[in-house]
Ligand binder design. Structure first.
Ligand SMILES: *Cc1c(COP(=O)(O)O)cnc(C)c1O
Length: 371
C-alpha cells in the first residue's frame, strides 16, 4: 500500500533524541530554546514559542491578540477543523467566509463582507501550503481595527510574493508539527511573532500561567499545559537542519504529479503559484470531475494498493458545527463544491518517481472507469 504520508526520519533525529535522554533535561531545557531560536531565525521574526501542538499554538495566539468571549473571528471553512475549534475554545464565534476557487484560501473580499462590530480578529489559513493574501488582510485589519492570527500549520517554507516567508510578517502565526507536516516532532507546534510582550504571555500561558520571574509554583494568570518536551524539540532541530532538502523533494514530486496527471480530462490540479508567491508543498490534492463518485474512486484506489482520502471536508457542515451554529448546505458554495470533489493522493518526501507514476496511472484508469 502506498500511504498518504510518511515522515522522513533518520539517524540525525535518533542521535538528537538520545542526546536529550542522556542529558536528563527533558522539558524547558536547552533544546527548547535552541529550537525556538532557529525557527525564528529561519522566518526572520524576532520570537518563536514552541508548544505541544498546532492547535495549542492557535489557541495561545488567539488569546495573545485578545480574542474573548462573545467575539467573532473570521476564518476559512476550508481548513483542518483545528483553526475553527481554537476560536471556540475562547468562547468566541468562528464566522466562515467563502474561499477563492483557485487558491482555495479565504477570500479577502468575502471576509471583509463579514466584519461586524463584534469582529475582533481575522484568522486566514495558508491552506495546503499556498500563501494566503496577507497584504489584503492587513489592509482590512487596518480599516476595521482587527488583529490577525495566521494558521500557517500547513505552510512552513512558503514565501509571499513580497519575499517575506509565510509566518514571518510579525502577526502571531501558528505552525504544527504533526507527523504528516513538512517538519515533524511527532506532536508539536510553534507560534512565530514579532512582539516580545506577547511572547512572554504565550510562554507563561503554555506553562500554567507561571510568570518568568516568579518562583516555582507561583502563578499569576490562568494557563495551560501546552509545553513541548525537549525530546520533541531535539527532533525539531534535526528536522529544521534538513528542511530545505525535504521541501525540495516535495516540490519535485509535485512537479512529477502535475506532469503525469495533466492528461486526465476534467481533473483540477493544484493551482500554480501566483503574484510571485511560492507554495510549500504540504499535500497533493486534486479535485475530481463532478460526474465522478469520489467514494468509489477511494475504494478502487485502495484495491490497487493506493491510499487516498477526501480532503478537506467543509468545517461548517460538520455535525458539531451544524448543531451549534445552525449551518446548512448552500451557505458557502465555493467551499462546498471544492470540499465535495477534493481528494488527497499519497505525498511524502521519500516517495519514489515510480510510485508517483503508478498513482497517476491508476487514478487515470479509475476516474475514466467511474463515469
Ligand atoms: C495540522 C493543522 C493544524 C494543527 O494541528 P495539530 O494536530 O494540533 O498540530 C491546524 N490547522 C491546520 C490547517 C492544520 O493543517
Amino acid at each position: 500500500m502506498i500511504p498518504l504520508a510518511r515522515p522522513a526520519l533518520g539517524a540525525e533525529e535518533e542521535q538528537a533524541v538520545t542526546a536529550v535522554l542522556r542529558s536528563g533535561r527533558l522539558s524547558l531545557g536547552p533544546a527548547l530554546e535552541e529550537f525556538e531560536r532557529m525557527f525564528a531565525a529561519r522566518l526572520g521574526v524576532a520570537h518563536a514559542s514552541a508548544v505541544s501542538s498546532g492547535t495549542a499554538a492557535l489557541h495561545l495566539a488567539l488569546r495573545a491578540v485578545g480574542v474573548r468571549e462573545g467575539d467573532e473571528v473570521i476564518t476559512s471553512p476550508f481548513s483542518f477543523v483545528a483553526s475553527a475549534n481554537a476560536v471556540i475554545y475562547q468562547r468566541a464565534r468562528p464566522v466562515f467566509a467563502d474561499i477563492d476557487p483557485v487558491t482555495l484560501n479565504l477570500s479577502p473580499e468575502a471576509a471583509e463582507a463579514c466584519v461586524t462590530e463584534r469582529t475582533s480578529a481575522l484568522l486566514p489559513v495558508h491552506i495546503f501550503g499556498a500563501p494566503a493574501e496577507l497584504s489584503a488582510f492587513e489592509r482590512i485589519a487596518q480599516r476595521h481595527c482587527l488583529a490577525i492570527v495566521e494558521d500557517a500549520c500547513e505552510a512552513l517554507g512558503a514565501i509571499h510574493g513580497d519575499g517575506v516567508p509565510v509566518g514571518g510578517r510579525g502577526h502571531p502565526a501558528a505552525f504544527g508539527f504533526y507527523a504528516n507536516k513538512q517538519l515533524t516532532t511527532g506532536e508539536g507546534g510553534m507560534i512565530a511573532l514579532a512582539d516580545g510582550t506577547l511572547k512572554q504571555r504565550i510562554d507563561s500561558e503554555r506553562n500554567q500561567g507561571r510568570a518568568p520571574d516568579m518562583g516555582w509554583l507561583d502563578h499569576d494568570r490562568l494557563g495551560f499545559n501546552y509545553r513541548l518536551s525537549d525530546i520533541a524539540c531535539a527532533i525539531g532541530i534535526a528536522q529544521l537542519r534538513k528542511l530545505d532538502g525535504m521541501l525540495a523533494a516535495r516540490a519535485a514530486l509535485a512537479a512529477l504529479y502535475i506532469d503525469a496527471l495533466s492528461g486526465i480530462e476534467e481533473l483540477t490540479l493544484p493551482c500554480s503559484d501566483r503574484n510571485g508567491d511560492r507554495r510549500s508543498w504540504f499535500v497533493f490534492v486534486v479535485q475530481l470531475p463532478k460526474r465522478v463518485d469520489r467514494d468509489a474512486v477511494v475504494r478502487e484506489l485502495a484495491v490497487r494498493g493506493i491510499e487516498s482520502k477526501p480532503y478537506l471536508p467543509a468545517i461548517h457542515l460538520m455535525s458539531f458545527y451544524r448543531e451549534r451554529f445552525g449551518h446548512r448546505e448552500g451557505e458557502l458554495p465555493v467551499c462546498e463544491d471544492v470540499a465535495s470533489r477534493s481528494l488527497a493522493l499519497p505525498f511524502f518526501p521519500q516517495m519514489s518517481e515510480g510510485e508517483v507514476a503508478r498513482v497517476a496511472q491508476e487514478l487515470g484508469s479509475v476516474v475514466g472507469g467511474c463515469r
